[in-house]
Design a protein around this ligand. Sequence first.
Ligand SMILES: [Ca+2]
Ligand SMILES: [Ca+2]
Ligand SMILES: [Ca+2]
Length: 144
Amino acid sequence: MTRPVRIPTLALTLLAAMPASLWAQNAISELDTNGDGAIGRQEAVSAQVEAFKRLDADGDGQVRLDELEASQAAPDAETPTREVERARRKARERWLANLDRDESGGVSLSEYQAAMTPYFDRLDTDGNGVLDGSELKRAIGEPQ
Ligand SMILES: [Ca+2]
Ligand SMILES: [Ca+2]
Ligand SMILES: [Ca+2]
């Protein structure tokens, strides 16, 4: 049985696609050393691994809900309202449920990559196998 991984549309990235936008952000900061903003597929895979390691705070190879929660906590952020907090929790649970294909309660690196690889294709809107600056900025919701 294969369960399709639902990737939220970019219009709905606000909360649900947090890890994907986090990934894109990491991809830019980690890989764009020459400042041209372009990231190839192999580089994207490395960025995914780095992003995953960052999410997997205790290093047990599984990203669990509490680790996701910690990754979302911004030190300087205002205390979120209860509604925002609830929406975030739902988004985290949905993210985990979508990615956790073997229902282990955590997302492994291979589960994470299985979800992120189609995301790469989606971000690569011109299909040239490279994410350029404007494609990445679109992914993290910045004006181009
Ligand atoms: Ca972990
Ligand atoms: Ca799992
Ligand atoms: Ca491209």
